[in-house]
Every structure is written in structure tokens, then in C-alpha cells.
Design a protein around this ligand. Structure first.
Ligand code: TXA
Ligand code: MG
Length: 322
């Protein structure tokens, strides 16, 4: 299958007509969101959804996020018991990088929810994604657009591994946040954070007071291998220990990701964790493409967006040193 790549001009609706038709016809489309790219299909159609699992090589028990247009659509597809909690979170964060876990309504097939009675729903803060949902008049089930286990894609280069596997990719440039949405189970109070993401724990607490964080993160997807590139990845705390690690293990072409200045090796210096989160998957991917044999990443502070990046790097890393 040859993949068509389309770019968007000022009139989004007319540019995405073909994508809308594909979604309506149970086909798969890759589209940008504000977090990462998604690989989407009609979330009400089991055959369409199964295509996503097949293309990604995704385990069938790892449920998908349903992307919808606004709050009315949430009520259409989910049973909301904690209405005021949803209202408060929605008013503060939606559209945006937050995903709500709610009890699903029958119209949603178990293929979409990985066999669960709950459903994950989010409203993406991206005009192309929103137009795709609105114009197709369908909730779009979409996991991140990558082969299972690989870093989520934040630009068209990273989507190369899906070329010839999907009929159409909408190229919307670099995504804004760079890591995925925060997944919160809001079926009971206090809510449970199942996956930390672009909305931080601190921000959530300001809105709802208490939140529960399960350190093993009980979202089904979190038990699988994630964000892996073929380059070895090592997270470090101390720069001198990191240099020793490179030397003692005979790595030849290491790449550092750090806030500190480093002379003797190639380095990406970041100034804030927001910046790091927007670049992290791309950096992993580019180090692999450019043939580095080691990626050394300075361990982020475990607060704010740093906490979410740390969660991803704990899965991406092969080594952890002090
Ligand atoms: O930012 C994002 O969330 C991106 C964009 C494309 O929207 N999507 C994304 O999807 O990251 P995915 O499939 O890569 O991650 C969804 C996560 C998985 O860890 C999955 O297990 C969890 O959400 N999830 C989905 N439905 C769930 C449910 N009913 N209960 C618990 N966790 C669920
Ligand atoms: Mg994913």
C-alpha cells in the first residue's frame, strides 16, 4: 500500500476531505495532535479498530483512546458519575493533553477498549484532529502512531516506519508537547493517575484537591516495553560517573542530553523540562538514525513535567547509574 502524505493549507476542512472519507470507510489515518501523532480509525467500528492493532503490532489487551469533539460527545459514549469532577477538569484542561477513563457505553466495541468496561476519552487541542473528528462525525480511536514499543512520533520523519502500512498521513509539522496525554481514571474520587503526561500532577491537584498516584501505573499499556530505540540508553545523575560509564564500557559514539555544558562529546543542552519533553522522543530517534551507540540522559527532577519525562525514560533506558 502506498502512503499518501498530505499537508494542510489554510482551509483545513477541504484539505482533509480524503482523510474524512477514509475514516468513514473504516480505514486508518495518521494525524497530528498537540501531544504526539495518532493512528486513528472509527472507534465504533470493530473491524476498523482491529486494523490499528495489526499495523502497530499492538497487544489486543492494550486499549485505545477515543478522540472526541467536546463534552457532549463524552456523555454520548461514557457514563459519568462524578460530574462535577469531570466539569472542573474539562473546564481547566480540555481541549488538551488529558485523557479521562470512564465507564463505557454499549455502543463502544470491546475491541476499542481492549476488553475493558471502561473507555479512555480525550479532546485533542489541535485544529486538524478536531476537524477530522467533526467532519467525519465519528469518535476516532487512536493510539500513538508508532510500531508498538517504539517512541511515539512527533514529526513526519519519525512516521517513516508506518510508510506503506497506512493509506494516508496528515503532516502537521512538529507536535507541540512531545509526550503523550495524562491519563486519569475519574470514575471515583480521588481520581487515579494511570499515566503521567503533559498535564502535571501539581496542575491536577490545584483543580481537584487530591489525586492518587499508583507508582506502578496500572494503565494496561504500561506493562509493555516502550519507547525503545536500537541505541543503548543510560540515565545518569552525576556527570563524572557518566563519563566513567562511557569509558569503562568502550562506547565509541555517545550522545549526551543534559543541562550541563559538555566539551568532549556531542550534546543536546536543554534549558527547561518543557523543552526536553517536546524534544525527547525526537532526540532518541535521531540518535538512532545518526548511528550513536549510546544515549546518556541526565535524570530529570521528579516534579512537574520532569516527573512525566522520568516515567518515560524509566521505560526507555537500559541502564541507570548514579
Ligand atoms: O497523547 C496521547 O494520549 C496520544 C495521542 C495520539 O492522543 N495517544 C496515546 O495513545 O498516547 P496510546 O495508546 O499510545 O496510550 C494510551 C494509554 C495506554 O497506556 C493505554 O493502556 C491507556 O491509555 N488506556 C486506554 N484505555 C484505557 C482504559 N480503559 N483503562 C485504563 N487505561 C487505558
Ligand atoms: Mg503509545
Amino acid at each position: 500500500m502506498e502512503t499518501k502524505i498530505i499537508k494542510i493549507d489554510t482551509d483545513i476542512s477541504s484539505s482533509i476531505k480524503e482523510a474524512v472519507e477514509l475514516i468513514k470507510n473504516s480505514e486508518v489515518v495518521v494525524f497530528p495532535t498537540e501531544t504526539v501523532y495518532g493512528i486513528g480509525a472509527n472507534g465504533l467500528d470493530r473491524e476498523a479498530v482491529l486494523k490499528i492493532f495489526k499495523i502497530k503490532n499492538r497487544p489486543a489487551d492494550n486499549p485505545l483512546i477515543l478522540h472526541v469533539f467536546d463534552k457532549d460527545w463524552i456523555y454520548e459514549y461514557a457514563v459519568v458519575k462524578e460530574k462535577s469532577m469531570l466539569n472542573d477538569l474539562y473546564d481547566r484542561f480540555s481541549p488538551g493533553p488529558i485523557t479521562f477513563i470512564l465507564d463505557k457505553k454499549n455502543i463502544i466495541p470491546y475491541e476499542t477498549t481492549g476488553g475493558l468496561d471502561s473507555v479512555a476519552i480525550r479532546i485533542p487541542d489541535h485544529q486538524i484532529a478536531l476537524s477530522l473528528i467533526k467532519d467525519s462525525k465519528l469518535p476516532i480511536a487512536a493510539p500513538s502512531a508508532n510500531i508498538s514499543g517504539r517512541p511515539s512520533a512527533t514529526n513526519i520523519d519519525m512516521l517513516k516506519e508506518l510508510f506503506n502500512k497506512v493509506p494516508l498521513i496528515i503532516d502537521g509539522g512538529e507536535t507541540q508537547f512531545g509526550i503523550e496525554s495524562t491519563v486519569v481514571d475519574i470514575r471515583t474520587y480521588p481520581l487515579k493517575v494511570l499515566r503521567p503526561g503533559s498535564v502535571t500532577i501539581e496542575e491536577l491537584k490545584k483543580v481537584v484537591g487530591r489525586v492518587e498516584i499508583n507508582n506502578s501505573f496500572i494503565s494496561p499499556g504500561t506493562k509493555y516495553r516502550h519507547y525503545k530505540v536500537s541505541t543503548t540508553v543510560c540515565m545518569f545523575k552525576n556527570l563524572n560517573t557518566a563519563f566513567d560509564f562511557v569509558k569503562n564500557n568502550n562506547f565509541i559514539k555517545p550522545f549526551f542530553i543534559s543541562r550541563q555544558k559538555i566539551d568532549k562529546f556531542d550534546v543536546y543542552n536543554f534549558n527547561s523540562y518543557d523543552e526536553l519533553s517536546s524534544k525527547i522522543y525526537r532526540l532518541l530517534y535521531e540518535c538512532e538514525t545518526k548511528g550513536y551507540d549510546l544515549i546518556m540522559i541526565e535524570e530529570p527532577e521528579s516534579k512537574g513535567i520532569g516527573f512525566s519525562i522520568l516515567n518515560r525514560l524509566q521505560k526507555a533506558s537500559d541502564y541507570f547509574i548514579n
